[in-house]
Design a protein around this ligand. Sequence first.
Ligand code: 5RP
Length: 221
Amino acid sequence: MGAAQSQDEFKKQAAEAALNHVQGGVVGVGTGSTVNHFIDYLATIKGRIDGAVSSSEASSKRLEQHGIPVLDLNSVGTLSLYVDGADESNQSLQLIKGGGGALTREKIVAAASERFVCIADESKLVSVLGRFPLPVEVIPMARSYVARELAKLGGNPVWREGFTTDNGNLILDVHGLEIAEPMALEQDINNIAGVVTVGIFALRPADVLILGAASGPRTVT
Ligand code: 5RP
């Protein structure tokens, strides 16, 4: 099995294991290739849930294709469960997210959920966040200003050209950061005018991390 193939198998394994956390009601659903596997598994028990709140147009489409009702977060109140992937996690379950550009809606649904179950292959677990370029969603007119401010923080921001978020904004991917204090950096970047969302999920980390691996799924809490 090739490396990419086994990584996808590990994602699938984590996604299947997350089904054990589904207790019915409305499920918050993230975005990405790991979540796509989760949506496919969720479809097998769709009769046991009332529907899903989605974090992206892409996930909404996949949910609808499976006949899972997609509900508006405003009409459902607090969610008991949110399932999403990550680009990196440290041992404290603080995450980098936004590789797929859906970070803003992901952060909203995570914030509105009692329990955040993160699903990933084992390569996503790191000791220090930052090797994966940190995504920052930015209002278009603020792109250059925010890039200069991010450079002052020690990063090298690169505009994800040709990409527009579901909210009509841009993404800067910040390379070269070693994120020793994720909560402080999350707050600092949030405070830059023109930043919509930074892809550090540390103020609201995951509660459970399920890692797919050759030895089978492993849960970190
Ligand atoms: C999308 C995300 C994804 O969860 C993250 O990029 C992981 O993706 P994948 O499951 O494809 O590895 O944050 O904005």
